[in-house]
Design a protein around this ligand. Structure first.
Ligand code: SAH
Ligand code: F3S
Length: 433
């Protein structure tokens, strides 16, 4: 078989990981491609980019330089994803070696652009909702399914609405079909993806569908053979009581929830246009802890947003102390093009932002050590989905903790009880019981 070879590098979030799978599926509709990790033997090189912070964007052009140096004669280079959306044809101007540019909302056009030299498709109004989900999964046990595309918010720090466009909900029937297919392929767990998953149902293209996120979760729970449902990311603003009741009481929904704080200061939350206050946020977390004490809570935090005073930062530290997030993703604010906050006065000195980030992360590390140390000898049901080197298999407990055990591919796709024998900050080790 003479199939062509594809080298694909994926940066950024889970949505990009799923978009890369869609791209592979699209290409395979046209002709057969085999994945390679060896750049110099690839016929097609794709980089699926992220533009949420500045660092990955800066990296893009140095990566293109590496591709140019090592690619074989005639191999094509495509720049896809969020940076493709916001830089568009400028990418080709700056790096003419790039053959095509495909925006984050134009994945299904891949097979059209691939043979047109210097073609650019970055339309953020493109409706991909009825897009037949691609028949490709890098790992059949890790099933990610998009439920919305784009974002209907306008957080002043965030470039995503400019790269992925307005929010649209995918019809629930298509979502259910897609999950049924994944279950037939071996998955027992699904990860629902969207920028604000719990805003699902507000923006259908077709006017006759009505289904909110809680109802969608109920529909998905009825799928035979599906045992676990995860989702990312929900927005604190849409965590109404009905949704939290469903989260707590539906046994198929994993007890792990992402509640992105961004800042603990009500003043900054307003400037970020997040739509909630410090008190609203704490109230939602308390509600989760009360309704569902076994649930873990993760969060995203930005430090050094314009105008952040010492007191504002102390508010963030206070929320960390109160909620004791089991997982925290924290970032130094990075001014982005097409965002309001990039134009704000009082940008924070890089060194001050760095010191705040270090303080936040050190305190969270202490909290995390306490949480993980308390896990020794506890028993968790773990869904195993990935083979690791040295005879190990990894998976996640219902509450989202990463586990490693000794084992082989026979464990993949199974949910098994595991007793914790060793703890570390990032993961737990255990034995099957
Ligand atoms: N819709 C998602 C956010 C997607 S972006 C949500 O509400 O959770 C992922 C994370 O990147 C954000 O939650 C935020 O913490 C971070 N982020 C976004 N823009 C940023 C910026 N300009 N600087 C630093 N971090 C940023
Ligand atoms: Fe970005 Fe805010 Fe949407 S963080 S993705 S604009 S909810």
């Amino acid at each position: 078989m003479n199939s062509k070879k594809l080298f694909i590098e994926t940066l950024g979030c889970a949505m990009n990981v799923r978009d890369s799978e869609h791209m592979i599926a699209e290409l395979n509709k046209k002709e057969s491609y085999r994945l390679t990790e060896n750049l110099s033997e690839a016929d097609l090189i794709i980089i699926n980019t992220c533009s949420v912070r500045e660092k990955p964007v800066a990296k893009l052009f140095s990566e293109i330089g590496v591709f140019k140096k090592h690619k074989k004669e005639g191999a094509k280079i495509g720049v896809c994803g969020c940076t493709a959306s916001h830089l568009g044809k400028d990418i080709i101007k700056r790096a003419p070696v790039v053959d095509f540019v495909l925006g984050a909302r134009n994945v299904s056009k891949l097979k059209d652009v691939i043979d047109k030299k210097h073609s650019v498709e970055v339309d953020i109004d493109f409706d991909e909702t009825t897009y037949a989900f691609g028949e490709y999964r890098a790992n059949p046990f890790k099933a990610m399914v998009n439920i919305t595309i784009g974002c209907d918010k306008s957080c002043t720090f965030c470039i995503v609405p400019a790269t992925r466009g307005d929010e649209i909900s995918i019809p629930s029937k298509l979502i259910v079909q897609e999950i049924e297919k994944a279950v037939k392929g071996g998955a027992k767990e699904v990860m629902l993806l969207g920028q604000n998953v719990n805003n699902y149902g507000k923006h259908f293209t077709s006017s006759d569908e009505t289904c909110n996120f809680t109802e969608l979760l109920q529909k998905i729970s009825k799928i035979d053979g599906l045992e676990r449902i995860r989702f990312t990311s929900p927005h604190p603003l849409h965590m109404d009581d009905e949704f939290l009741q469903e989260f707590a009481s539906n046994p198929k929904i994993c007890k792990q929830i992402h509640v992105p704080l961004q800042s603990g200061s009500t003043k900054l939350l307003k400037e970020m246009k997040r739509g909630y206050t410090k008190e609203n946020f704490l109230n939602r977390c308390e509600k989760i802890r009360t309704l569902c004490p076994q649930s873990t809570i993760s969060t995203d935090i930005i430090v050094g947003f314009p105008n952040e005073s010492d007191d504002d930062f102390e508010d963030t530290m206070e929320v960390l102390e109160k909620v004791r997030f089991e997982q925290m993703f924290s970032f130094k604010y990075s001014p982005r093009p097409h965002t309001k906050a990039a134009e704000f006065d009082n940008q924070i000195d890089n060194q001050i932002a760095g010191e705040r980030l270090t303080r936040l992360q050190s305190r969270h590390t202490e909290i995390l050590d306490e949480i993980m140390d308390s896990q020794i000898d506890t028993i968790h049901s773990v869904y195993f989905d990935e083979l690791k080197p040295n005879g190990r298999v990894s998976g996640r407990s219902d509450d989202g903790k990463l586990f490693f055990v000794e084992g082989s591919e026979e464990l993949l796709g199974k949910i098994v009880d595991v007793k914790v024998t060793k703890t570390s900050r990032g993961a737990l080790e255990g034995v099957l019981i």
